[in-house]
Each structure stands twice: as C-alpha cells, then as structure tokens.
Design a protein around this ligand. Structure first.
Ligand SMILES: CC(C)(COP(=O)(O)OP(=O)(O)OC[C@H]1O[C@@H](n2cnc3c(N)ncnc32)[C@H](O)[C@@H]1O)[C@@H](O)C(=O)NCCC(=O)NCCS
Ligand SMILES: Nc1ncnc2c1ncn2[C@@H]1O[C@H](COP(=O)(O)OP(=O)(O)OP(=O)(O)O)[C@@H](O)[C@H]1O
Length: 199
C-alpha cells in the first residue's frame, strides 16, 4: 500500500521550498500550483471560462493569462475569488487525482500531494498524513511582500484568503518550522520521514 502525504502551508510559508526537498528522497510530488498553471493554458476549457467571466483585461497581449492582474482582482474580492475557484478547482482536482493514481500504479510506495488549499479544499480525507510548513506571521508577511513585490495591505489580503497557519498546524500530522534556515527545515523533514519509516 502506498502512503500519500499531503504537504501544505499558508501562502509563502515555504511549501514549495520543502516540496523540492522530496527529490533528495526520490519521492514524487504532485504539484497543485503547477497544475493550476497548466489548466489555464490558452485553449483549455478553464481558460475559456475565465475569459468569459473576467473579460479580456486579464489577458496579456499574447493572450496568455495575466496572472498578477487576475491575482489583484481575486485576492481583493472574495466573491470573485469564489467565482475563479468554481471554474478552476474541478479541473485541478481531476489532474491531481490522475497524477497521484499514475504514480501509485507505477509502483511508488510514497507520493506527496503539494496543495496550498489542502484543508480548505477537503483533500485531507484522500491523504494518509499531512505535513504543514509553518512560519510566524511576521516572517510570512515579510517573505510574501518581498517575493511578490506586494504592499503590506495586499500581502495581508492574500494571507487572509486562506485558513490561518495557526489553524492549519492544529490539523497537521507533522509540522515543519521554517522560521530558520532551509537546511534546518530539511533536517526536520528527514526526521519526520524517518519517524514514519519512509526513508
Ligand atoms: C490568481 C492566480 C492567477 C495568481 O497567480 P500567481 O502566479 O500570481 O500565483 P500562484 O498561482 O503561484 O499562487 C501563489 C499562492 O497563492 C495562493 N493562492 C492561489 N490561489 C488561491 C486561491 N484561490 N485562494 C487562496 N489562496 C490562493 C496559494 O498559496 C498559492 O501557492 C493563481 O493563483 C490562480 O489561478 N489561483 C486559482 C487556483 C488556485 O486556487 N490555486 C491554488 C490552489 S490549487
Ligand atoms: N527558510 C527560509 N529562509 C529564508 N527564505 C525562505 C525560507 N523558506 C522559504 N523562503 C523564501 O520565502 C518565500 C516563500 O517560500 P515558498 O515560495 O517556498 O513558499 P510557498 O509556501 O510555496 O508559497 P505559495 O503558497 O505562495 O506558493 C520564497 O521567496 C522563498 O525563497
């Protein structure tokens, strides 16, 4: 029986940074953010529905989705965020399950599902264990503003669009404290996987 691990965090807490570490353990990762980009390539069904719902102003001159523009709209307006979610989440969900099943069919004994909205999207029932990557809210705010070049207000809107990191850590099987260095977080990951007899 394969073990399915759900990896999550809140925005900019370091989920992708930890996700990359699974490569060292030869554990495949299904990346929901990557899938979210693929399902909105021009020509995909979700792309057409997004343009219909949000208008051509969220497109770049080459007709690709203008992700920062769409981000500014949906993180500032809960109803618009719900509208985008209702268009895009079913397509993301379908591909997550397809990729997970393909890894298991190929004989992998452990698969990671890296999903930002793991708890909000009710994925916890399809994973065996969860790892939450956590940082203090002040560190989260600082890293988010720096990475996405956002004002404090914009960064706070994004943080508030998800379940808080405090709530997520309460729901986790294991927590990685990513306030320190990346090497320290890697050590914590290794310890967790060893305690679960995964590496
Ligand atoms: C709004 C979009 C176009 C902005 O794109 P951008 O390239 O700037 O950001 P990216 O996709 O890398 O997302 C960054 C982070 O934002 C957070 N986030 C993204 N979408 C959402 C959402 N609908 N609700 C809450 N948080 C979200 C996640 O923590 C994610 O890791 C994009 O995030 C998107 O299409 N979102 C909807 C799909 C989604 O929910 N994805 C995340 C979960 S699968
Ligand atoms: N331990 C660390 N020390 C310093 N910077 C870090 C550390 N971990 C991550 N970062 C930086 O913080 C930012 C957020 O990290 P990352 O992109 O991994 O977060 P994320 O949780 O995947 O974000 P998102 O939810 O937006 O996809 C990045 O710029 C990353 O380089």
């Amino acid at each position: 029986m394969a073990i399915v691990i759900g990896l999550t965090g809140s925005i900019a807490t370091g989920k992708s940074t930890v996700s990359r570490m699974f490569e060292d353990f030869h554990i495949p990762v299904v990346d929901a953010d990557k899938i979210a980009r693929e399902v909105v390539y021009p020509g995909e069904k979700a792309y057409e529905s997004i343009v219909e719902a949000f208008g051509e102003s969220i497109l770049l001159p080459d007709k690709e989705l203008d992700r920062p523009a769409l981000g500014s709209i949906i993180f500032a307006d809960e109803l618009k965020r719900k509208l985008l979610n209702s268009i895009i989440h079913p397509a993301i969900r379908e591909r997550i399950f397809q990729q997970k099943d393909a890894h298991i069919k190929a004989g992998e004994r452990c698969v990671v599902l890296d999903i930002p909205l793991l708890f909000e999207g009710n994925y916890s029932k399809v994973v065996d264990r969860t790892i939450v990557v956590s940082v203090d809210e002040s560190v989260q705010l600082e890293r988010l503003m720096l990475r996405n070049q956002l004002t404090e207000e914009e960064a706070r809107e994004r943080i508030e669009s998800q379940l808080s990191i405090t709530e997520k850590t309460k729901l986790a099987s294991a927590v990685i404290d990513n306030n320190g260095t990346i090497a320290e977080s890697r050590e914590q990951l290794e310890k967790i996987l060893k305690s679960w007899n995964i590496c």
